[in-house]
Design a protein around this ligand. Sequence first.
Ligand SMILES: Cc1cc2nc3c(=O)[nH]c(=O)nc-3n(C[C@H](O)[C@H](O)[C@H](O)COP(=O)(O)O)c2cc1C
Length: 190
Amino acid sequence: MKIVCLLGSPRPKGNSTAMAARFCETAEGLGAEVATFALNKLKYRGCQACMTCKTKLEKCVLKDDLAEVLDAIRDAEVLILATPIYFAEISSQLKAFIDRTFSYLVPDYPTNPSPCRLSPGKKLVFIEAQGHPDESLFADVFPRYDSIFKWYGFSDSYQIRACGVFNKGDVESREDMMKLAEETAKKIMG
Ligand SMILES: Cc1cc2nc3c(=O)[nH]c(=O)nc-3n(C[C@H](O)[C@H](O)[C@H](O)COP(=O)(O)O)c2cc1C
């Protein structure tokens, strides 16, 4: 099984990255092929709204570090998006990537029942780390992005969300969260 894992945190040993790492190690142990991209280390821009992907090409025209990431997802069965919560949202690194997935949409996407160029049936794993312990805060983030990926044709989605983790490494002592990452990987690997 091919998995693409995008790390949206700028902290190499941050909480969302630690949960993603536990997921990926578990999946690799069960035979998955994982390609991980630390978005903060890549050089790329957000969508330029040039519409070349709707008029001349079937992919994004920008030749920056995201080109390889966008291509890798076409072949993957599972996409992991790992992000800190920054000001009630996903990180800007991850948001700029999401904007570039506009290139996956066909020209008539507003009316086409199959709006996405990606093959259907991929799975989404959405990993979040937030400092605030109140789970009712920022609970809107996952459903919003989940509905976008469902529209893209993703079939199943899994949320792994740690609240009340602030400092680097806080989540390592939250065995419930690390276990959830492991169990989710086992479930997806079947
Ligand atoms: C710029 C910035 C904005 C943040 N905004 C929020 C926020 O709105 N709500 C919250 O609960 N935590 C917020 N935090 C705390 C992070 O969500 C928390 O440190 C989290 O563990 C970071 O995940 P990471 O370790 O994967 O980077 C913020 C932290 C930073 C640096």
